[in-house]
Design a protein around this ligand. Structure first.
Ligand code: ZN
Ligand code: ZN
Length: 373
């Protein structure tokens, strides 16, 4: 390597076992006839080698993995990174390009969904002539769909802390706080319970605003009617995601029926979760139930998504999705019905696909009947 591209080369034993995450990726890279894969998506880097810094590129070749990061992370990378050689450099991509040039890599995979046009242009100038940058299939995202025991343990802890927050939510709504103040209380409770942060911007949407599936909490007081509360925490890097809808004031029978329909739809979706079922079939199960209540046209989003190091990851549970559910996948089931300018209801839980069927990850002592405040 030329002197400009590193301050220190921390040589670690390349602990590349065929069963390790990097080892499995290396086999997949070879199967797809790639000479190398440039991993730029940080959650993928964390998944593969454990490094949690905010700037890095991981180059994976058939026989070696090299992690490029800058001087801010010299100590952290020593503590965290496993299974990869480490290069400390002020310019990750340039150092990676240099390595590709030296190793004469010809077909170099990039992560199409995460690699910017500018990065692609910079890297293509650095690779040897005759080399080609190609969009690689989402090999790491596919591997990440199936959680191992260690990941499941972290997810269970995140779900537990996330579920606990709902108490803070109820208390804050009860005491007349605004949407944004309720969010503040929840986030404070999350931090106190050990969360590293929220897994996304908490949604508290009351009254008419509950009809906006992805409403941001406003500074408005919470009016009477449904209040959609969608929240999650990050613990040890893993996300939780959950939605509860409560009612402020006395619900009409129409409101109760709407809530019941969504709850039945969610139950039908959960029941459909088993190994061998497709994501489309689970989506269909939720939609069919709402069709019976003539509410399907108001269910305007997909049924759910994978959850792990990222809040939204593969698989996607939507109409016609052919992805087959397999044991170890962690997904959400979150049907919702939104009547414009009136109100909306969504109920969401995280579900683990098991060998025999499924396991709902939320605490099981909880009753999901409509809570009124
Ligand atoms: Zn979700
Ligand atoms: Zn959610």
């Amino acid at each position: 390597l030329p002197a400009w591209c590193f301050v220190a080369l921390i040589d670690k034993l390349p602990v590349v076992k065929s069963k390790s995450r990097i080892g499995k990726l290396q086999s997949a890279i070879e199967e797809h006839r790639l000479d190398a894969l440039v991993v730029s998506h940080l959650p993928n880097i964390r998944y593969l080698c454990g490094f949690t810094g905010s700037s890095a590129v991981l180059l994976v070749k058939g026989d070696v993995a090299v992690l490029f990061t800058d001087g801010r992370y010299t100590q952290q990378v020593r503590d965290e990174a496993r299974g990869a050689k480490v290069v400390i450099t002020p310019m990750n991509l340039e150092a990676c390009g240099e390595w590709l040039r030296k190793s004469r890599s010809r077909r170099v995979g990039i992560e199409g969904e995460h690699f910017s046009v500018v990065s692609r242009r910079r890297l293509s100038r650095l690779v040897p002539s005759g080399s080609k940058l190609v969009e690689a299939p989402s090999l790491i995202e596919q591997a990440r769909m199936i959680k191992d025991e260690g990941e499941l343990e972290k997810i269970r802890s995140a779900v537990k802390v996330g579920a606990h927050l709902f108490l803070a939510t109820l208390k804050a709504i009860e005491s007349g706080k605004t949407e944004s103040e309720v969010v503040g209380e929840m986030e404070y409770a999350a931090r106190k319970a050990g969360a590293e942060g929220m897994s996304f911007s908490t949604i508290i949407a009351g009254g008419k605003r509950s009809a906006l599936p992805h409403a941001r909490a406003s500074r408005a007081a919470i009016p009477r009617g449904f209040v959609v509360c969608d929240f999650g925490v990050i613990l040890d890097g893993y996300c939780s995601d959950r939605t509860r809808t409560v009612f402020k004031g006395r619900p009409t029978s129409e409101a109760r029926e709407l809530y019941k329909a969504v709850l039945e739809s969610q139950q039908a979706g959960i029941e459909a979760v088993k190994p061998g079922a497709t994501c489309g079939e689970v989506d269909d199960a939720c939609r069919k139930l709402l069709q019976r209540h003539k509410l399907a046209k108001y269910f305007t989003h997909s049924t759910g998504h994978g959850v792990g190091l990222e809040i939204h990851e593969a698989p996607r549970l939507a109409a016609k999705q052919k992805q087959i559910l397999q044991p170890g996948m962690v997904i959400t089931i979150e049907p919702g019905v939104y009547l414009p300018n009136k109100w909306g209801v969504r109920i969401e839980d995280m579900v683990l696909v098991t060998e025999k069927g499924h396991e709902v990850l939320s605490p099981q002592d909880e009753d999901k009947e409509l809570i009124t405040i």
